[in-house]
Design a binder for this molecule. Structure first.
Ligand code: C5P
Length: 221
């Protein structure tokens, strides 16, 4: 039996990559299976939270008992997140949002032609950073997938985005990479604390993260 320690709380979770189309066939994307975010959504649901999962394109089935919103692009994800942000007590941003989108989206399919083709990219908004500026009493959890100097880079992100917690993982480490069923994470807190978790399957990892989140939410009550 799981503790129902999230009863009465609204969780907003994002997961998966975004797809940024440059014509009607091709997209620019990031390598993300969505497994970690879906695991967080399941774990929160199983502990009594009301969960909204906003997901980019993945091969995963929506977890039952969770409000599921399917999006494609970063701009769609931003809109969906903003719609649900007001009611959220905890936001867990596990999505690998594309930092750039093609400036133009060509109708139809671009034909094979010249040896070189230049794609002009435009910055996407940083969804989490914008929410960090107006988070109020909400708890904001970000993810940071990094290669090298993981903890330093993750702490910089925590500060830049005004997060309460950041979940850092080293994508070059065996058992923590893309599509893996396990993860090895370091959790960093705004007050400087740091918790290293061992290699765990993603659902167990999600429960351990939620243990930490639950403690913080209760403390604020
Ligand atoms: O891409 P970056 O490493 O900065 O991502 C860190 C956190 O910010 C993640 O939680 C990710 O979901 C979020 N993010 C976002 N919007 C972006 C880029 C990242 O919300 N455009």
């Amino acid at each position: 039996f799981l503790p129902q320690d999230l009863k009465g709380l609204n969780f907003l979770v994002t997961a998966g990559p975004t797809w940024e189309p440059w014509d009607e066939v091709r997209v620019l994307t990031s390598r993300s299976s969505g497994k970690m975010g879906y695991a967080v959504a399941r774990a929160a649901r199983d502990r009594g939270a009301r969960v909204t999962l906003i997901s980019g394109p993945t091969g995963l089935l929506p977890p039952p008992g969770v409000e599921f919103v399917r999006v494609t692009t970063a701009l769609e994800m931003k809109e969906a997140v903003e719609q649900h942000f007001e009611q959220a007590d905890v936001l867990v941003m596990a999505a690998a949002v594309s930092d750039y989108r093609p400036r133009e989206r060509v109708a139809g399919k671009i034909k094979k032609g010249p040896e070189r083709l230049t794609l002009e990219l435009e910055r996407n908004p940083d969804i989490l950073e914008e929410l960090g500026k107006k988070k109020g009493k909400r708890l904001l959890v970000g993810f940071a997938a990094e290669a090298g100097d993981v903890v330093d880079k993750a702490r910089a992100k925590l500060e830049a985005k005004n997060l309460d917690l950041v979940v850092a993982n080293d994508i070059t480490q065996e058992g923590a990479g893309f599509g893996s069923d396990t993860n090895i994470v370091t959790v960093l807190f705004a007050d400087g604390r740091q918790v290293q978790l061992p290699r765990l399957d993603k659902l167990t990892c999600a429960h351990r993260l939620i243990d930490l989140v639950a403690k913080m939410v209760r403390k604020d009550d």
